[in-house]
Design a binder for this molecule. Structure first.
Ligand SMILES: [Zn+2]
Length: 271
């Protein structure tokens, strides 16, 4: 029996650490092979006062930070596709979907994760990655798409499960209230109304409290992206743990059955 595997597709270095690093740590600890693809190296994001870096070196630095972050959670296979940060929506559909289809056919993941249509808070790159990765997950299993890859020796492959990494609205509200209690302004307070998806889309909650230290290290590896206003630069780790003790997913396929209880395992039903 080959090992179970997971492919995660995000837009920028750090998306994976905020959204799913605890999940990565949990499953790599169980022997699951995880591959991470990001569309960009995050070269357009703001530069923290924690680091001194020339703009022309930023891409390389952010790739190093990403690889270091993933080391903490056991993910060795990291690929940056090299699209322009802030310009993913302008990517040629066929080209980027074809690259993702090829990655799926090569790596043959059992489970795939990407953004939902909301992109957590509406970032255009996140929304575009959602669109491209979702299409790739569908096309990779069909012989009629990107046939040239098949004549090149690859086989069609459908991930057995597809999940969107989401934040339920109730959780956004709870995080904002917790932040206020701690005397912090919530990082994205101005976007709170836009953040999160209706709670009924939530199908799967991963308890990552046992892996929180690894997630914390992963987040902190992205030092060049942690601005002075970031709440957890000043807040004790234990308080932050209240924010990040769980990670949230919407199972897209197989679709949830009516009344199905919340899943607590992305690999439930697979072996
Ligand atoms: Zn992002």
């Amino acid at each position: 029996m080959s090992k179970l595997s997971l492919l995660a597709v995000f837009a920028h270095p750090d998306d994976e650490s905020f959204g799913a690093a605890g999940t990565f740590a949990k499953y790599t600890g169980q022997g699951v092979v995880i591959s991470l693809v990001t569309a960009t190296c995050g070269e357009a994001g703001e530069i923290s006062d924690l680091v001194q870096v020339r703009p022309e070196d930023l891409c390389e630095l952010r790739e190093q930070e990403l690889r270091r972050a993933m080391d903490f959670v056991g993910v060795k296979d990291v690929e940056i596709l090299g699209y322009g940060d802030g310009h993913v929506p302008e990517a040629d559909d066929d080209e980027i979907v074809g690259r993702l289809v090829q990655i799926i056919r090569v790596k043959k993941p059992d489970v795939m994760i990407t953004f939902g249509p909301d992109g957590i808070y509406g970032h255009p790159d996140h929304v575009a990655v959602h669109r491209f990765a979702t299409r790739a997950a569908e096309f990779a299993g069909k012989v009629c798409h990107f046939r040239e890859q098949l004549s090149g020796g690859l086989e069609p492959h459908s991930p057995r499960k597809l999940y969107y990494n989401i934040l339920p609205k109730s959780r956004v509200k709870a995080m904002a209230e917790e932040a206020a209690k701690q005397g912090m302004s919530f990082q994205m307070a101005s976007d709170l109304e836009k953040m999160g998806v209706p709670d009924d889309r939530l199908t799967t909650v991963i308890d990552i409290r046992d892996y929180f230290d690894q997630k914390w290290e992963a987040i902190w590896s992205h030092r060049s992206q942690l601005p002075a206003t970031m709440p957890f630069r000043t807040v004790p780790k234990e308080a932050v743990k209240e924010f990040f003790g769980f990670e949230y997913f919407q199972r897209v396929f197989p679709p949830p059955l009516p009344g199905e209880p919340l899943e607590t395992d992305l690999f439930a039903g697979l072996s």
